[in-house]
Design a protein around this ligand. Structure first.
Ligand SMILES: [Zn+2]
Length: 606
């Protein structure tokens, strides 16, 4: 236990933050009884094995073994240190932080994040107020059918053209240039000094799943110089590669596990305005691995609705492959040439857009359709190229059934024998399979298991675990075992430490599950503690005595064998010294021999 915060404070923070409530900000959870179930945010899976016990305030994944309490959950999902995670949870329920903890524990990085967040909120307020008095910006939004209500909900604003009014305004509220620079609101100028990043732009605050303003996007008004759309740079809070605009709203409107991915801010807002509320923007067509991981926590079906010309670009297709590779079903919505979702929904309304969604093409069909457009199938050369690329696409399919269907279709179109195409696809699939296996070894938890080797089971370690489970389930047993065992009897370090806690006051002390988790620091240990806590009784009530005596027997035998091995080694060593043995050594030697014989007799007698 290495807390920089008083333990009592950490416990209060933990109790004030409900695990299921916090976790549901990051993922979709289903309630069943007093448990919640969802897709594990810590490993790739298609069927939920991540579960939360509301009653114990612990989570556990049966798939990858991840487990812990609300603090470890935040540590892992936000990638924070223990102290930063406690600070974040304390802030969340407005608990004052003990001074000594603040000074020593909380990292610079976390403090900066807090300051940047405050500056962002102040800037968002300023931009929102500025929008009200700027006709041009207001016209841009109302001209696109955006209502006052939506403007307020999305916190839309306007960054004035003069390039210094935000800085002046925020300076009045105590925000120095340094923090505004860290927030990406101002940038250092070429000739010294600073300038405001967003000028004469309609502003879109970027809000994360927890409702924090982490950055901004700005759309240029008129046809001035510079990029049409501009985002905040990377800041301690804003990481473009893992952010999805609008997810904070969309996550509440997911039906049938379906989310629509669009390119831009206005697409999300326009769709929302027309009652399609499950859309998020990828902020560009190059959908990243990290965005995919974020998305996968909330949905299993993705409809990609990029501009018709953008959807076929290599970067966009790669992004869709990422999503499909994560086990999402990906379909591509086809917009008429030159249209984006914003245009389309404005002209055709909710029903019109939903009609397109219902006709969205599975990713494979879409890719093959692209090939058909690219190559002339009436020419032999075109047909060959088409076949080669199509075979590559089909080789990546996981379902044999699906593959067979597509082989039939493609072979028919290119006028070749199905068998010929099948052979080529299978050859490529074999190659793909080899590569696939190498990649799958990257799984975080799998790796961990292998590295530390704790998945290797030996009988005595299993027996130790069983005894601990019994001590956890039954107070009477806890007292009984606390008397008959010592922490040295446990060969596994973690088991020994757990026994020490459970055995306090002769096993009569009050021990809560969450306290046990908190007694350990590393995620590795915490995962193991939670696994033990999750385990049911290994036998029925009647069989318990037999299990206990078997376990104790296993542990005792192990201890004796270990001692016997030690003695054997020592005896050999001393025997080799022969006549050179000193008087002390001579005595030791005899003692070891006697003890060794004694042990051998005992082992045989059993
Ligand atoms: Zn997992």
């Amino acid at each position: 236990m290495k807390y920089r915060f008083p333990e009592e404070f950490v416990n209060r923070v933990r109790e004030a933050n409900d695990l299921a409530e916090i976790a549901s900000e990051y993922m979709t959870l289903k309630k069943s009884g007093d448990r919640y179930l969802g897709l594990c945010p810590f490993h790739r899976e298609d069927t939920p094995s991540f579960n939360i016990s509301a009653d114990k305030q612990l989570y556990h994944c049966f798939g990858c073994g991840a487990g812990g309490n609300v603090i470890t959950f935040i540590m892992n999902i936000e990638n924070l240190s223990f102290v930063d995670a406690v600070k974040m949870l304390a802030d969340r329920c407005r608990m004052p932080i003990p001074e000594q903890g603040l000074q020593k524990g909380v990292s610079e990085r976390y403090k900066t994040m807090g300051e940047v967040l405050k500056a962002n909120v102040a800037a968002a307020r300023y931009y929102a107020a500025a929008l009200k008095t700027n006709k041009k910006a207001m016209q841009y939004l109302t001209g696109r059918g955006i209502s006052e209500k939506i403007i307020r909900q999305f916190g839309l604003g306007y960054a004035p053209a003069d390039g210094n009014s935000l800085t002046r305004h925020l300076a009045g509220s105590g925000f120095g240039l340094k923090i505004l620079e860290k927030a990406g609101l101002v940038s250092p100028g070429k000739s010294g000094g600073t300038y405001e990043r967003f000028r004469d732009r309609v502003m879109f605050p970027i809000i994360d799943v927890r409702g924090r303003v982490i950055g901004f996007g700005g759309r240029m008004l008129g046809d001035g110089k510079g990029a049409k759309y501009l985002n905040s740079p990377e800041t301690p809070l804003f990481h473009k590669g893992s952010t999805l605009y609008g997810l904070n709203w969309a996550k509440k409107h997911i039906v049938n596990g379906e989310l629509i991915v669009v390119e831009g801010y206005m697409d999300v807002i326009s769709l929302h305005q027309h009652g399609i509320k499950n859309a998020v923007a990828s902020l560009g067509t190059a959908f990243t691995q990290r965005q995919g991981e974020t998305l996968k926590r909330y949905c299993t079906n993705v409809i990609v609705a990029y501009d018709s010309d953008a959807a076929g670009r290599a970067a966009a297709l790669r992004g869709m492959d990422i999503l499909q590779g994560m086990g999402c079903s990906v379909r591509i919505l086809q917009l008429p040439e030159g249209k984006d979702p914003d245009d389309y929904v404005r002209h055709h309304g909710k029903e019109g857009f939903e009609e397109l969604v219902s006709r969205a093409m599975p990713l494979v069909d879409y890719k093959i359709a692209l090939l058909e457009k690219r190559y002339d199938l009436n020419e032999r050369g075109g047909r060959m190229e088409y076949l080669k690329e199509a075979a590559g696409i089909l080789a990546k399919l996981e379902s044999e059934l699906e593959r067979a269907e597509y082989i039939k279709m493609v072979a028919h179109k290119a006028e070749v024998y199905e068998a010929t195409l099948r052979e080529e696809v299978l050859r490529l699939a074999k190659k793909e399979g080899r590569r696939g296996r190498n990649i799958s070894g990257k799984n975080r938890h799998n790796n961990k298991n292998r590295e530390f080797g704790y998945s290797v089971k030996t009988a005595n370690v299993e027996a130790e675990k069983t005894l601990l489970v019994l001590m956890l389930k039954d107070k009477k047993l806890r007292r009984r075992l606390a008397k008959s065992l010592k922490s040295e009897d446990f060969t596994d370090r973690l088991h020994s430490e757990l026994f020490e806690i459970l055995g306090r006051e002769g096993g009569a002390g009050e021990v809560k599950d969450a306290d046990l988790v908190n007694a350990f620091d590393g995620q590795q240990d915490i995962d193991r503690v939670v696994t033990i806590l999750q385990q049911g009784l290994p036998v029925s009530e009647e069989g318990i005595d037999k299990v206990i005596s078997d376990c104790i027997h296993t542990i005792t035998i192990y201890k004796i064998r270990k001692r016997s091995n030690f003695l054997k080694g020592e005896i050999e060593r001393l025997a080799l010294r022969g006549m050179e043995r000193t008087g002390d050594e001579e005595e030791q030697y005899r003692g070891y021999c006697e003890e060794f014989m004694d042990i051998q007799r005992k082992l045989k007698g059993r």
